[in-house]
Design a protein around this ligand. Sequence first.
Ligand code: BEZ
Length: 220
Amino acid sequence: MGLMLGDTCPDFTAETQNEPLKLYEYTTDCWFIICSHPGVYTPVCTTEIAEMIKQNPEFAKRNVKLLAMSFGSKEDSKGWIKDICSLDGGGREDLPFPLICDQGRDAALKLGFIKPDDKTKTGLALTARHVMICDKDKKIQAYMVYSATSGRSFSEILRVLDSLLARERTGCSCPVNWQPGDEYLVPDPTPAGVDQYVTDIRKVELPSGKSYIKYGKPKQ
Ligand code: BEZ
């Protein structure tokens, strides 16, 4: 069984394109998101990491650190980063976040991204795209897995992050298709102090007579 929501993301030390990284030191007092990539010099991964460069300022604004992770050597990763940066068009020569070069797959194994039996195998079964969103206490708050052939939507990852940060701040949940600025779902009974964050709380009348769907507008 791999890691699950609410578990603590394990610490690890790994090579990156630059200095070796100790996860817990790198993510002291901030949320972080680990995005694993199945290969180096692979097309879907390349477009995804170029998108991570573009969206990095949005994550940084929220004090959230992105980490990319792949299974190439440091040498391969350095060459690949030049290709990735050429897609970004911003003239940069390095990524604004670490690319973990997990050639021995030790970090992937610790994170539960691969099974022990698969550590030395190659092939698509190993190569899913994992997204692990962790809070300041290193607890896993969201975990998504995509096939190797499906590029992720980093706008969706940002949306999920925003909903988690909203819950942390307000105690409220976010309904289907929620976008920042949309109404929250207010817990029932309404918690003391929630009116700091929401206004115009309205209950939806339901055939059951229960009051478990209550919307509230976010206070600006
Ligand atoms: C890709 O990034 O395009 C890719 C990587 C591994 C398997 C399949 C696709």
